[in-house]
Design a protein around this ligand. Structure first.
Ligand code: 13P
Length: 250
């Protein structure tokens, strides 16, 4: 890991009820200890719980994010949708955009690009996800795919200072399988190189997501190019999430 802030983003996906809000109390406690001042914790619960999480974490350094947004920034007739301004309005600071689970039900590089633009306009920080499928990896297309997703997702976006890049190989999400450590390090460095080349930014934050848990974190944290983790299943249980943070920071 780098010596700067390390990001721990909990993506709760379609999990959580009102009772779950209280379950994060030990994470809040941990976040207040000076030993963990460099651990930047972000919770992305489902829309239904965002306000409750904002309330629960006020007066802490924990930030709250949403898991998606509509690409339109104004109100409109889009049943079932929530836009970036609405997310900002209830106290979220982040939004995840481009997650493969949403790409798989219709999100395209074009819609992702529009969503990122509207989220940045709403003053949200964006966690921009991308990653290759197993088929693409097997046919050695990973670099091409990542390049394409990053460039198209960011078309006509000049300022990327509020964008966090989240490399999530699709084949790793929810499977318990993580990339080989040297390959992951190489891949993250390549991603940083793409960002440097295209956006002239040297200090972009790249997170890794895919089956991060309290065991494999011991190995993952050794990868110095990674700035943090996007954690699904293992973030649902506070004890597991705390273990991940403690093992990374120790
Ligand atoms: P898992 O940690 O459950 O594999 O999910 C990763 C992910 O999709 C985070 O966005």
């Amino acid at each position: 890991m780098t010596n700067n802030k390390t990001y721990f983003v909990a993506n709760w996906k379609m999990h959580g009820s009102l009772n779950s809000v209280n379950s994060i109390k030990n994470v809040i406690k941990l976040s207040k200890k000076s030993k963990y001042k460099n651990a930047k914790i972000v919770y992305c619960p489902p829309y239904t719980l965002i306000s409750h999480f904002v309330e629960k974490t006020k007066k802490t350094k924990i930030d709250i994010g949403a898991q998606n947004c509509h690409f339109k920034k104004k109100f409109g007739s889009f049943t079932g949708s929530v836009n970036a301004n609405m997310i900002k309005n209830i106290g979220s600071k982040f939004v995840i955009i481009g997650h493969s689970e949403i790409r798989s039900i219709g999100d395209t590089n074009k819609s992702i690009n529009l969503k990122i633009k509207s989220a940045l306009k709403a003053n949200l920080k964006v966690i921009f996800c991308f990653g290759e499928t197993l088929k693409e990896k097997r046919s050695k297309k990973t670099n091409k795919v990542l390049n394409y997703q990053i460039k198209n997702g960011l078309t006509k976006i000049g300022n990327i200072k509020n964008i966090f890049f989240a490399y999530e190989p699709v084949w790793s999400i929810g499977t318990g399988i993580i990339p080989k450590i040297n390959e992951l390090d190489k891949q993250v460095r390549k991603i940083k190189q793409i960002i440097r080349k295209n956006y002239k930014v040297n200090n972009a934050k790249v997170l890794y997501g895919g089956s991060v848990n309290s065991q494999n974190i011991v190995t993952l944290k050794k990868i110095s190019s990674i700035n943090g983790f996007l954690i699904g299943g293992a973030s649902l249980n506070s004890k597991n999430f705390i273990d991940i943070i403690k093992k990374t920071i120790n």
